[in-house]
Design a protein around this ligand. Structure first.
Ligand SMILES: [Zn+2]
Ligand SMILES: [Zn+2]
Length: 623
């Protein structure tokens, strides 16, 4: 059984509960049905928490019988009975004393009173803040301590399935008992559930680790390089450089300037930015101690690998005097950052420790903010179009006013600036009619944040890019510009990374295209193949390869004496976008036969026309 690294979500506030979607209600209700079924089979089971999670739900259970997937059918049969019985989810509000008494009688998360107390529920009751209402939900004989919400009746759970079991400590704390976490999912109806499992099947086929290895895009060498530090092979690098080219062209046209900064900086940098000593320390690699030669009594300096590019860019802002005339200043860099992700959380290209970021920081005045912020959003939309991303949403994360001070402080203590900036961002989003949702308590420590979620062509969700507003860190670095009235003012800073990191974005693109990249992105764009290995024919084919390569088209040749069918098969397997097949007759007529990956033969055409067409498609980044 695998340990579950997912931390237990924080206790939901009333507000969170009201915001639960219908699907989340279905899924959470299904957790009650799961517990009901388990109790029918093992009446001594003890339950802890059973929240909805991404793509489903779980319920943590303490039981001496080890539940395995072989038990799922049996449990699902019992669940079906409970759904068929169509019991109402009936809410009962009780006093704290009543709840404690019922826990002691073993009546909560149970079908009847038991001679063992409902120990986890008792602990949960005792930790419900004074004054918060306590309620039960009842379906049939099963009574659970729960604040809701649920669907009306068990029969509203249209379709469900148990998926896997993991182990998890009670409250995510390893000093607590280890429980069995039973995962499942539920949907409005069977059709939606089938679509979901088909999507997972398809995602498995499109797994970026599998296709990445088959196509030779990247390698993970944990023995010599280290976990989470991908090596980009030539074919992966080709994709990566095309993305950089796109970003550089787009940013140049939008008035950005490019900069280049080192991978390390002194501790002072991150103490000033506020990433150290606490807020971001866990995500940074440990420091290097350096003592400069000559200074005997010198205290060693601590250097850190950069986990973000912003502080370096702030120092570039500070490197020259700035006036309102030089704003907005848009500093762009494909910066390589290093983040210390827990080894259990590393995953292919999606979770790594070295990241190539499509980064930029825009320094602007308050008056310029709306236009700059809009331009960034426009840039996102432009990219989505190029990559054929039809479905996206922007998650606007705001701060929690209760966490500005004290031991659980999470955000810089600037209540007015928070309000002002959040209002500004919200208004800009509303005005631009962008599809967004607001998420409280998930802002960056220095300002509100927008995460962009996109769906791949098979319907799987990815968080790819961010756009953040920073009203705090420029001030901490003492960044100023001279305004019209000769006073010194602090600029606002927009952090944006529309293409996210190469690692995650390419991971997404591999799934999105199933490795069948459009011509402009394909690692091998063209392969020229000869029918046979006649010397004159090979010379003619080589000229074509040369003509393409002279214009930076990634073209290769396959001129061996083996049969053309074998050459085509090899090229198809390598997902070469365009295959140019040349036989003696093609040569005489000045033609080439064109074959497209996955689409087959599209016929013979004059050589010049084919080549011009390739150039044009690449130039326009056609789909
Ligand atoms: Zn519930
Ligand atoms: Zn930044």
């Amino acid at each position: 059984m695998e340990a579950d690294n997912n931390k237990q979500p924080e206790r939901k506030t009333l507000d969170d509960r009201n915001k639960m979607t219908e699907l989340e209600r279905i899924r959470h209700s299904c957790a009650h049905v799961l517990a009901t079924a388990i109790l029918r089979l093992w009446p001594e089971a003890q339950f802890a928490a059973g929240p909805p999670v991404e793509n489903g739900f779980y319920y943590d259970v303490d039981l001496s019988h080890r539940i395995s997937p072989e038990d799922f059918q049996k449990i699902e049969e019992e669940m079906k009975k409970e759904v068929k019985a169509n019991h109402t989810f009936e809410k009962v509000v009780v006093s704290r004393d009543q709840a404690i008494e019922d826990c002691k009688k073993g009546r909560l998360a149970a079908l009847a009173e038991r001679n063992i107390e409902s120990k986890f529920k008792l602990d949960i009751v005792q930790n419900i803040p004074e004054g918060e209402p306590i309620s039960y939900f009842r379906n049939g004989d099963f009574i659970d301590l729960c604040a809701g919400p649920h669907v009306m009746r068990t029969g509203n759970i249209g379709a469900f399935k148990l998926t896997h079991v993991a182990s998890a400590y009670y409250k995510g704390d390893e000093r607590n008992p280890q429980l069995q976490r039973i995962y499942g999912t539920a949907f409005k109806n069977k059709t939606e559930m089938e679509a979901y499992f088909n999507m997972l099947e398809e995602a498995k086929k499109r797994d970026h680790r599998k296709i990445g290895a088959e196509m030779g895009l990247f390698a993970l060498d944990t023995e010599y390089v280290g976990p989470g530090l991908p090596l980009w092979l030539p074919k992966g690098t080709a994709i990566l450089e095309e993305l950089e080219k796109l970003a550089k062209e787009t940013e140049f046209a939008a008035g950005y300037v490019r900069v280049k900064t080192p991978h390390i900086a002194k501790e002072k940098m991150y103490l000033t930015s506020g990433h150290l000593p606490v807020l971001y320390a866990e995500s940074m690699f440990p420091p290097m101690q350096l003592k400069e030669k000559g200074g005997e009594d010198e205290i060693p300096e601590r250097y850190y690998l950069k986990a973000m590019n912003c502080p370096h860019h702030h120092r570039i802002f500070a490197a020259e005097p700035r006036s309102y005339r030089s704003l907005p200043l848009r500093l762009a860099e494909y910066g390589t950052c290093y983040r210390y992700e827990q080894s259990g959380e590393l995953f292919g290209l999606m979770r790594v420790r070295s990241l190539n970021m499509n980064d930029a920081h825009i320094y602007c005045t308050e008056e310029q903010f709306a236009a700059e912020f809009n331009a960034v959003n426009e840039m996102y939309l432009k990219y989505f179009k190029i990559f054929g991303i039809d479905k996206y949403i922007m998650r606007f994360s705001t701060h929690d006013p209760a966490r500005l001070t004290g031991s659980n402080a999470k955000f810089v203590n600037e209540p007015e600036l928070w309000k002002k900036t959040e209002d500004l961002v919200r208004q800009t989003l509303i005005d631009s009619k962008i599809n967004y949702v607001e998420v409280p308590n998930e802002a960056a420590f220095y300002g509100p944040k927008i995460d962009v979620q996109v769906w791949s062509v098979i319907g799987r969700e990815f968080t790819l890019a961010t756009n953040q507003v920073d009203f705090a860190v420029p001030k901490r670095f003492g960044l100023v510009y001279k305004d019209r009235d000769n006073t010194e003012k602090t600029p606002l800073c927009i952090h944006r990374a529309p293409l996210g990191t190469h690692e995650r974005f390419i991971g997404f693109l591999i799934e999105h295209f199933a490795g069948n990249f459009p011509l402009w992105l394909a690692p091998e764009q063209v392969r020229v193949m000869t029918i046979g290995d006649d010397e004159k024919l090979v010379d003619y084919a080589k000229q074509i390869v040369q003509e393409l390569r002279a214009k930076e088209v990634r073209a290769e040749g396959d001129f061996g004496s083996d049969k053309i069918n074998g050459k085509v098969l090899r090229a198809e397997e390598s997902k070469v976008h365009t295959m140019l097949v040349i036989g003696p007759r093609d040569m005489e007529a000045g033609n080439v036969s064109v074959r497209l990956h996955g689409k087959g033969n599209v016929g013979a055409k004059p050589r010049a026309e084919v080549i011009a067409d390739l150039f044009e498609k690449i130039r326009t980044r056609a789909a």
